[in-house]
Design a protein around this ligand. Structure first.
Ligand code: DON
Length: 307
């Protein structure tokens, strides 16, 4: 059995030396200034061990990785009624695409493309003020990671509020089909802010543990969701978590994963580990270039692919 510590250390060193690093996202101006030289990795194992290397303690903008956690909260709130407002099929389209909404009655294809995540945020918001809904999401992340220092980067949220015209279009378009219940500005305000949650790889790997262990925190044994729900969230992450790069990620890495344009990826090796990687340079689909390569190396060396 390969030694996880040396595998993780080797991967961090190999990634630090590579010159192909992808391109940092610029459409959210505040993300454009992050250095592409960063690389972090953290693996939370089944026995409570944590193996981490590189910039594993540096907070980064989790962006769309938050969508895996908002889906969990929305399922907790309304159960399978979530699927009345959002599908669970891969879109094969970019994360911010609008094309498929017109033909499909404003119902987004899945909860991880932007349109779908905005619909999921609207479910969490219903019955609350935006500040309360956002507080619920942030406290959920802090609870899962067992770390109250996790925060919302207000500069990133404001940057996206100012420039998020595409998301505004998606939300208004869905609102015209009555897919959103709340005022568009309220829903988008919560959405932009949960995307702006800042976490380190170590915190993110901690937060993902319940997905790797049948819905339970392996350290405390406490149940976060049922085993069936954890399985289903992982299924949607595997098929939709990387947008039009989901097939490629499954082919190369072989794990459920959720990416964000901040350059983070949360990947789940069921029964084995919750893994977070971060490298800000992105590939053409908006997923971390070196993050994916590092996860491919990790799953190959550890034999962790689900296939
Ligand atoms: O809505 C957006 O465009 C961003 N807040 C999140 C997009 C994202 O992270 C896509 N992921 N790779």
């Amino acid at each position: 059995m390969p030694d996880l510590e040396s595998v993780v250390r080797d991967i961090a060193e190999e990634m630090r030396e590579r010159s192909d690093r992808g391109d940092v996202a610029t459409y959210i101006p505040e993300l454009a200034s992050v250095s592409p030289a960063a690389f972090g990795i953290a693996v939370a194992g089944a026995d409570g061990e944590m193996v981490a290397a590189g910039d594993c303690d540096m907070p980064f903008s989790i962006q769309s990785i938050s969508k895996a956690f908002t889906l969990t909260l929305a399922l907790g709130k309304v159960g399978d009624r979530v699927w009345r407002r959002v599908g669970r099929e891969p879109s094969g389209s970019p994360f911010n695409s609008i094309v498929q909404l017109e033909a499909e009655h404003g119902i987004p294809r899945n909860p991880f493309i932007n349109a779908g995540a905005i619909a999921v945020t609207d479910i969490i918001l219903s019955g609350h003020q935006p500040r309360e809904a956002l507080g619920e999401i942030l406290r959920f992340m802090q609870f899962l990671a067992e770390d109250n220092s996790i925060f919302i980067d207000e500069a990133v949220a404001a940057s996206e509020q100012r420039t998020g015209f595409r998301n505004r279009a998606l939300a208004n378009y869905m609102k015209s089909f009555d897919v959103l219940e709340n005022p568009v500005d309220y829903t988008l305000g919560v959405y932009f802010h949960h995307c702006a949650i800042a976490m380190s790889c170590r915190q993110l790997a901690m937060a993902g543990r319940f997905l790797a262990h049948n819905g339970r925190n392996p350290a405390t044994g406490l149940s976060v969701v049922s085993a069936e729900r954890a399985r289903r969230i992982n299924a949607v992450m595997l098929t939709c978590g990387h947008y039009d790069g989901s097939g490629e990620f499954a082919y190369r890495v072989g794990l459920p994963g959720k990416s964000g344009v901040g350059g983070g990826i949360l990947a789940i090796a069921p029964g084995k580990a919750s893994i977070a990687v971060w490298s800000p340079g992105l590939d053409a689909s908006g997923n971390s270039h070196l993050g994916r390569i590092a996860l491919e190396a990790l799953t190959q060396r550890m034999g962790w692919s689900v296939f």
